[in-house]
Design a protein around this ligand. Structure first.
Ligand SMILES: C[S@@+](CC[C@H](N)C(=O)[O-])C[C@H]1O[C@@H](n2cnc3c(N)ncnc32)[C@H](O)[C@@H]1O
Length: 452
């Protein structure tokens, strides 16, 4: 490396704000080029070293840049492309990420345009792969900033902000009209839902939120970070999307029953079952996720027997009265909170996960007492991981029979039960007058009953 290059590289991070932009571009590369999930990269303890090296305020900025850049990736791409004389070569990925990080701030974030542009130019200069394009970065971002009031609404209207495979599968599953509503919902941040042990009205008032028809408390903008909210230390509530509360409730009254929560961590549904009086065994294969489950239960003052095991191989001493199997899935129902999902997952992942789910379901039904109920659920929007997988499984098993869900079983859910008796929610559900308070995670659930 030449002396001048070494000097530039050493001097660059001392520019205030530059390490955060460099980390943002590095992490964007990890998500879109290496398909690495964003949550792992931005984990406070195990995340990417460039992220962990930042101050808490800069970490928050990097996360804001990344979720916004991913949520609006196609819009940013179109506005950048419109300012280039010719498309960037496929191997110019670093330059592309610098432009996306800069343009995201200019278009969507509360960062002065001049700071966003200057830092992108400094970043380009500091990297030998992009130094000669610093002038181009400056020209493209200044032009985007100058014309954003006119150009941004047009670009938003012209794109769906999703990779083609993802919108195509949504269209095939839900038809164009609903698919477009789901894609529009994915552009919005989701509100925060709380499952409260009691008195939802009180907590809604305390947090400035509302009580949903399903009983969850929903808050648009949190008054403080979650661990600083009243009731946190007392274990009066836990954060859980309203749709995620439904599968456990489909087991009905569980007080005094032996219930297995399979694929349980980090334990939102374990907490529901324990709070409802079940004798719960929580099983998961991940030691670190089970540690989080234990911490969560401790805070909530709830109890469950915890077992680290692979559900495919687990042989308990005795069968269970009821089972919840909340299987690993593509998580395509959580794109509002995880906008990296469509960029890190692929149709091949969905096929692999559907196969794993079917094997997990086959193992789980064998752990039921005669007549016992099993609810299978996941947070995927893809029928291959939901309706199709369960129909295929039922066609070949004689261990369990389908137990259709009735529309009136849980208040506020009649619109989410399909004519066939599955539970199906999407982010386009639960439309309220305030768009910031609308929507649900995409969830699927089916109930089966062991043949006596
Ligand atoms: C969707 S998450 C579960 C969320 C959880 N039910 C809740 O409500 O908080 C899926 C979980 O399945 C676990 N898992 C994946 N494959 C497994 C297997 N073969 N056996 C046991 N657990 C598994 C993962 O470690 C992960 O914690």
């Amino acid at each position: 490396m030449s002396k001048s290059l070494r000097e530039t590289k050493a001097a660059a991070p001392s520019i205030p704000g530059l390490p955060a932009r460099m980390a943002a571009a590095r992490l964007l590369a990890a998500v879109v080029d290496a398909r690495t999930p964003l949550d792992g990269l931005t984990d406070a303890e195990h995340g990417h070293p460039q992220f962990r090296a930042l101050e808490p305020r800069d970490r928050a900025l990097v996360r804001a840049i990344l979720v916004t850049a991913l949520r609006h990736r196609r819009t940013v791409e179109a506005l950048v492309a419109a300012r280039l004389r010719s498309p960037l070569p496929a191997n110019a990925t670093t330059l592309s990420h610098i432009l996306h990080v800069g343009a995201t701030q200019v278009l969507f974030l509360d960062v002065p345009d001049s700071a966003a542009v200057d830092l992108a130019v400094s970043h380009a200069k500091a990297d030998p792969r992009t130094a000669r394009f610093a002038g181009l970065v400056n020209a493209v971002l200044r032009a985007i900033a100058r014309d954003k009031a006119a150009d941004l609404p047009k670009a938003l209207a012209a794109t769906e902000d999703a990779p083609e495979w993802f919108s195509a599968r949504l269209r095939a599953a839900y038809g164009s009209e609903l698919a477009e509503k789901i894609l529009a919902a994915h552009r919005l941040e989701s509100p925060t839902d709380f499952t409260v042990k009691s008195d939802p009205r009180r907590w809604a008032q305390e947090f400035g939120g509302i009580v949903l028809p399903t009983g969850s408390v929903r808050v648009g903008r949190l008054p403080a970070p979650v661990p600083e909210l009243p009731g946190y230390d007392d274990g009066a509530w836990w954060v859980q999307d309203a749709a995620a509360t439904l599968p456990a409730r489909l087991l009905g009254a569980v007080e005094g029953l032996r219930v297995a929560d399979l694929c349980a961590a980090p334990g939102g549904k374990t907490a529901q079952l324990a709070a409802a009086g079940a004798i719960v065994t929580a099983v998961d294969s991940s030691r670190s996720r089970l540690a989080r489950l234990q911490t969560n239960l401790d805070r909530l003052g709830l109890e469950a027997a915890i077992v680290q095991a692979d559900v495919l191989a687990w042989r308990p001493d005795a069968p269970f009265d009821a089972i919840l199997l909340d299987a690993p899935c593509s998580s395509t129902g959580t794109v509002r909170r995880h906008p990296d999902v469509p960029w890190t997952k692929s149709p091949a992942d969905i096929e692999k996960l559907a196969d794993l789910q079917r094997r997990l379901l086959d193992a789980a039904v064998r752990l039921l007492n005669p007549g016992g109920k099993l609810v299978f659920s996941n947070c995927s929007l893809d029928p291959l991981e939901g309706e199709e997988m369960v129909r295929g499984f039922l066609a070949e098993t004689d261990v369990v029979a389908f137990d259709p869900i009735r529309p009136d079983e849980i208040p506020g859910t009649d619109g989410f039960v399909t004519p066939e008796g599955f539970l199906r929610t999407t982010p386009a559900d639960l439309v309220l007058p305030d768009a910031a308070l609308s929507g649900l995670d995409g969830f699927f659930a089916a109930r089966l009953r062991a043949v006596a």
